[in-house]
Design a protein around this ligand. Structure first.
Ligand code: DQA
Length: 138
């Protein structure tokens, strides 16, 4: 059984009530339960933090034993050399995901410190981006 984890960065705990025109009405917990039900043969975990260092610690904790990491570092994508370095350091493949199409938004969202060391990047498909990333590990 594949062991995967979704790691979400800052403000993604507000899904369902944050800028719903961009991010939708579903809470992440609702979505996560739905996905878990759809993939009974995957051990799927979820971790969210608003704190950069906690995200780095989590990447280090899972990055040598899990089969895959689905990472939405949210705003830290565009600012964090530390998260980029962690993704580079660990052995487990990371798929970078974004709910919105960051290239259709403000210029500062066009650069990612993660992409260069990710296995791949999936963005712009709403919450389905996570599911497509999950599929890529199966
Ligand atoms: C996001 C895009 C980021 O630019 C933004 O800061 C987020 C969410 C997305 O999933 O579309 O918080 O990562």
């Amino acid at each position: 059984m594949k062991k995967l984890i979704i790691i979400n960065g800052p403000n993604l705990n507000l899904l369902g009530k944050r800028e719903t025109n961009i991010y939708g009405n579903l809470t992440f917990t609702e979505f996560f339960e739905e996905v878990k039900g759809k993939y009974p043969n995957v051990t799927l975990e979820y971790y969210q933090s608003n704190i950069e260092g906690e995200l780095i610690t989590k990447l280090q904790d899972v990055g040598y034993s899990y089969d895959g990491i689905i990472l939405n570092a949210a705003a830290y994508t565009h600012t964090s050399v530390g998260i980029g370095d962690a993704v580079k350091a660990i052995e487990t493949s990371v798929v970078e995901v974004h709910i919105s199409n960051t290239y259709g938004r403000e210029e500062f969202r066009h650069h990612s410190y993660i992409s260069a060391n990710a296995k791949g990047v999936i963005l712009g498909f709403g919450l389905q981006s996570y599911e497509l990333a999950l599929e890529s590990f199966l």
